[in-house]
Design a binder for this molecule. Structure first.
Ligand code: ZN
Length: 120
């Protein structure tokens, strides 16, 4: 999570900045955005759909995240018990990991995954 927040995970955008040539720089989920931390986790319709499902499941207000930092801090918004904050944080961190894994499975193994599969 800290590496993603610093933009230090190997997205196509990060690899390009380091001089690594990658053929397709589009987001593999929506083909409309870039393969970057910002897009993949906070503005991609695929991710937004996942956050909506998670907020409903956790019975919290819908997440409005504009940066990866917002995602890291979303569990602290609203009056909640400390145990609830930790649970929401765990769910979000796990979802970020699964989203990243799904992105890599699609990009490198051509294995497409649905939001519902990630959510489940
Ligand atoms: Zn996208």
């Amino acid at each position: 999570m800290w590496r993603a927040e610093l933009g230090r995970i190997p997205t196509v955008g990060a690899l390009s900045r380091r001089g690594v040539m990658v053929e397709n720089s589009e987001c593999c989920f929506c083909s409309a955005g870039s393969d970057s931390v910002s897009h993949l986790f906070t503005s991609c319709p695929f991710a937004l759909n996942l956050w909506e499902k998670i907020s409903l499941w956790c019975r919290v207000h819908r997440f409005f995240v504009f940066s990866f930092r917002d995602l890291v801090e979303v569990h602290n918004s609203g009056p909640r018990l400390e145990s609830e904050k930790k649970a929401i944080q765990g769910v979000i961190y796990t979802a970020c990991w699964l989203l990243w894994k799904a992105k890599n499975d699609f990009r490198f193994n051509n294995k497409r995954c649905s939001v519902e599969e990630i959510f489940c």
